[in-house]
Design a protein around this ligand. Structure first.
Ligand code: CTP
Length: 217
């Protein structure tokens, strides 16, 4: 059977939430998993739109890239691109908290012995987008420390996902900055525990897994 070319909307990397003009809150995401997915989807003949937080990676050839900084920027870009997409993969590590107010000037040390930041939650991008997903196939990642499965199952249901890719980021062969990952895939009715593999191979296998689950047109 001939494969149908699809449009993949993929988010990657961290977001940054500004504290003042020189500081921000962020996390250790390198963007490697999201970029590998974009490359694999493109190599499989699909159209790929990559919404990327700040990373030190070169975008794969033939992929349309939208660079963003904050969670709110990322949500705006994803909302704009979602209507024309068939698949959304949220591989980004969205910062969960942002300062309530961004200080307009650099915050100085002088006269302070401590500094408390007032943080408010960023929107849950995936849950927001998946509420209006229609027939789109929506994939999330669950980054946990320790057994990821209970939390991954909860997120699959709570965020209205078709698939969640769960990993234990405290393992040396998985998670942030490393080139390998070890994941378990959960759908509403299936569980697939995959062995440790490179992020590039995992990306190819994941794209094939998603293609297999989408109805041929
Ligand atoms: N996600 C998102 N918007 C957020 C936080 C997370 O879209 N503000 C997405 C991530 O891209 C990922 C999925 O939700 O695909 C799960 O992210 P994760 O960090 O594992 O979970 P959270 O929902 O943030 O919950 P917690 O940090 O408490 O585990």
């Amino acid at each position: 059977m001939k494969k149908r070319p699809l449009t993949f909307l993929i988010s990657a990397g961290p977001t940054r939430e500004a504290i003042d003009p020189v500081r921000y809150l962020s996390n250790r995401s390198s963007g490697k998993m999201g970029y590998a997915l974009a490359e694999a989807a493109r190599a499989a003949g699909h159209r790929v739109i990559l919404v990327s937080g700040p990373v030190a990676l070169i975008p794969p050839r033939g992929v349309q890239v939208h660079p963003v900084i904050s969670a709110s920027d990322m949500l705006t870009a994803l909302k704009r691109e979602l209507p024309a997409s068939d698949v959304l993969i949220m591989a980004a590590a969205v910062a969960d908290w942002r300062p309530r107010r961004i200080a307009p000037r650099k915050q100085k040390k002088a006269g302070r012995t401590s500094w408390t930041l007032d943080l408010v939650p960023t929107p849950d991008l995936l849950a927001t987008l998946a509420r209006r997903k229609g027939r789109r196939f929506v994939v999330g990642f669950a980054a946990e420390t320790g057994n990821p499965l209970p939390e991954a199952r909860r997120k699959l249901l709570a965020k209205n996902l078709d698939l969640i890719v769960a990993n234990d980021v405290s393992r040396p062969d998985a998670g942030f900055e490393v080139d390998t990952n070890r994941v378990t895939l959960l759908t509403a009715h299936t569980l697939h525990a995959w062995p440790t593999m490179t992020k590039r191979k995992l990306a190819r296998d994941l794209i094939a897994f998603i293609e297999f689950r989408l109805p041929p047109s």
